[in-house]
Design a protein around this ligand. Structure first.
Ligand code: TRP
Length: 326
């Protein structure tokens, strides 16, 4: 079974990325061959600063490895180290109905937030379909916000199979299965909205201690007085705590909320302590990796080689299927 996912190097990774995509992807590694990549071509739809692009890409790889990605089990690579994916995206785009892309929420949301409607932003889901189909992926772990893109991928694969499928099974592509994270569907940010770089409400995985504490202390709360009972279910503090605390600790905080007598400031301190502790082993691993200057680039180079081998085979199949080659 091949498991595939991508993460954009559009900024520094935060705990929303961690619980939404990275942790499930790392856990899935034991179930098959994981192909995980840094989606730098995709990031180019929103990031036009070459130095930031280089730095973020490297840093996302480093942070992913520090969080437990095992480069022996799978492959970690840069999307752009497999340029065949853009060739496949072109082929896919020729059967993709405009209407399918016009319906994509992610595109509409980005435009609504003021991003320029470039052709790349519009065809983003086609490139994503190519990412998935070029490795004959079976399972794609993603956050809920990517669910529609997976549906688009399956639609495009079906369209290719209908148009060009021949041979015994009539298939050019197998249809990938999404694996949507439900337990941690939405990780709330400091303001209670979904944690997202574009909302400026994030807590970084590897932020400085002082800054991390400051950010947690700035979580927005309602004005319930210290003595009164508080609702844990609507509190970002409690929701974030439950991601890192044990069941017993979570229950204890739930009760303390319901009972009253504890202020939000105290709950924030508990959250900070538990969160800081949770990422301690990852910080240690990160320091180890940083002590080996070439490690990350070596991992990426090896990953690119493995990914290329598969992509080249699939692309050869596609070129034949559509008649670009004999
Ligand atoms: N669009 C995804 C995101 O922003 C990243 C991504 C690009 C991806 N290509 C992919 C995820 C292929 C899964 C599979 O999170």
């Amino acid at each position: 079974m091949r498991i595939l996912s991508g993460i954009q190097p559009s900024g520094v990774l935060h705990i929303g990325n961690y619980f939404g995509m990275m942790r499930p992807a790392i856990a899935l590694q034991s179930e098959g061959e994981a192909f995980y990549f840094i989606a730098d071509y995709h990031a180019l739809t929103s990031l036009h600063d070459p130095n930031a692009m280089r730095e973020n890409s490297h840093r996302v790889a480093l942070d992913f490895l520090a969080c437990g990605l095992d480069p022996e089990r799978g492959a970690l690579f840069r999307q752009s180290d497999v340029p065949q994916v853009t060739e496949l995206a072109w082929v896919l785009s020729t059967v993709t109905p405009m209407g399918l892309l016009e319906r994509c929420h992610s595109y509409k949301d980005k435009i609504a937030r003021g991003m320029t409607a470039s052709a790349g932003l519009f065809t983003y889901p086609v490139l994503m379909a190519a990412d998935i189909l070029i490795y004959d992926s079976d399972v794609v772990p993603v956050g809920k916000d990517q669910k529609q893109h997976l549906e688009v991928t399956r639609d495009i694969a079906t369209k290719i199979n209908e148009t060009f499928g021949s041979g015994p099974d009539g298939q050019v592509f197998k249809l990938p299965e999404p694996r949507i994270q439900t337990a941690t569907e939405v990780v709330p940010g400091l303001d209670g909205q979904k944690m997202s770089k574009s909302y400026g409400n994030t807590i970084d995985i590897f932020g400085e201690e002082k800054e991390t504490r400051k950010r947690i202390m700035s979580i927005i709360t309602d004005s319930t007085p210290v003595d009164e009972p508080k609702n844990p279910e609507t509190s970002s503090i409690f929701q974030l705590y439950s991601l890192v605390a044990s069941a017993a600790e979570t229950n204890a905080m739930r009760e303390a909320f319901a009972q009253g007598g504890t202020g939000y400031g105290d709950f924030k301190k508990q959250l900070f302590a538990r969160l800081w502790e949770h990422f301690a082993p990852m910080r240690a691993r990160r320091a180890e990796i940083l002590a080996q200057p070439d490690y990350v680039e070596q991992v990426l180079a090896r990953g690119a080689e493995r990914a290329n081998a598969v992509a080249e085979q699939v692309m050869a199949r596609v070129r034949r299927a559509v008649g670009l080659r004999r």
